[in-house]
Design a protein. Structure first.
Length: 162
């Protein structure tokens, strides 16, 4: 594929079809929930055992990993890129500055799916878990995103569904 011919629907379909346990996080997750956001990249959280499966699923998009799976496991992250930029978190768990911890397995067990287009589904953390992922860095934009997610949660009656 040409870098400018990236097809987001096909990208999400490949993730949906693939066996890798992958959660969409970051601002693209907020967009998937219907919040009005703009972002230039994708952020994924992949199960530490599924890096190779994810890399195979996105290979048709010419997305190339900048680290080997073993090095990505050691570093806790890597990037897939070639015209598009996909940050991939590889960690069994992460903690917020206040010590609140989220494991991938817990986030996966509580995940929600949203329809992207047609039959394509995107796996996202629950709203509560998505808020926690935003607390990891606590940048100014994360604080804004947390407020939007809390509003969405109140609007939906406290449930994690969109």
């Amino acid at each position: 594929m040409e870098p400018d011919a990236f097809d987001e629907a096909e990208f999400f379909a490949a993730l949906d079809r693939g066996p890798a346990r992958v959660l969409l996080i970051g601002r693209r997750a907020l967009i998937a929930l219907g919040l009005p956001m703009i972002t230039a990249d994708y952020d994924l959280w992949v199960h530490i055992d599924d890096i190779e499966m994810l890399n195979r699923a996105v290979a048709p998009f010419d997305l190339v990993p900048n680290h080997s799976p073993d090095l990505a496991r050691q570093r806790g992250r890597y990037v897939l890129e070639d015209g598009e930029h996909v940050d991939v978190l590889v960690a069994r768990s992460r903690s917020a500055p206040d010590g609140a911890r989220l494991t991938f397995d817990d986030a996966w067990a509580r995940r929600q799916t949203v329809r992207y287009r047609g039959s394509i589904q995107i796996a996202l953390p629950s709203i509560e878990d998505l808020i926690l992922t935003k607390r990891w860095a606590m940048r100014d934009k994360d604080i804004v995103d947390i407020r939007l997610l809390e509003g969405l949660k109140r609007q939906s009656g406290g449930s994690d569904g969109p």
